[in-house]
Design a protein around this ligand. Sequence first.
Ligand code: SF4
Ligand code: SF4
Length: 256
Amino acid sequence: MSNPLNFFGGFKLTLQHLTRPRVTVSYPEHKRPKQPRQHGRHVLNRYEDGMEKCIGCELCAGACPVNCIYVRGLDNPPDHPVSPGERYGYIYEINYLRCIHCDLCVEACPTQAITESKLFEFSFTNRADAIYTKAELVVDDQGFPKHLPWEDWREGEAEMTGGWMRATSPAGEAAYEGVVQWTGDLGAGVRAPEAGQSENRDDAATGSKQLRRAFFKHLQPEDVNADQRGLPGMMNEMKSKMGKMPKRRRKEKEPS
Ligand code: SF4
Ligand code: SF4
């Protein structure tokens, strides 16, 4: 016969969780920070001078595994060119009833014209709204994605529209970590590369550190490495920061 006190074992688990940080949020009133490489709604970017990056080459349409991109290119009018190339994207449409957000179009694009923002909170009630046109996809005059009535943008979500591109290095080689091979964007300039996995990464410039911190505080104690917990964890972080400081600055900080 089982021990009748086992009944209280369940309460022990409940009591343990009462003191732990809550991991759920009241979505959609509150949203968690999104990962830098989140694949969301696309944007068509412009160069820093306002010209469109799309040259109407149709490589994105060719790479798309579900044929949801429709592009037509046209020769640039000599008196008021739309893009710096010979041609520009005259028609550009993405059918979001088909898109699987694989980002193959982003990888195929030779000019970084098409990238994905982090927005996935958008839904439609008819087919016409689901097919985004060029006018809806091209960034506005400040370089930000246009906000459509059925999209739920929050503060900061429109700022990182090239996370996936910024995560890749030329030829995918580790030796090129942090090497920028993309052009500047209207409003944002040349975006910093995403932090890599080596000591050379620049967390502050990319926002990666803030994201890691945000998720870190929601972890259960058993999911945190022993050397990162509590006071010893703080001491270890401080030591690692001191180790990365240039020697002169470190001397100034050290007590005499
Ligand atoms: S993300 Fe993938 S499925 Fe969506 S448009 Fe691009 S290539 Fe097509
Ligand atoms: S988005 Fe890029 S790949 Fe697609 S047509 Fe424009 S330039 Fe070519």
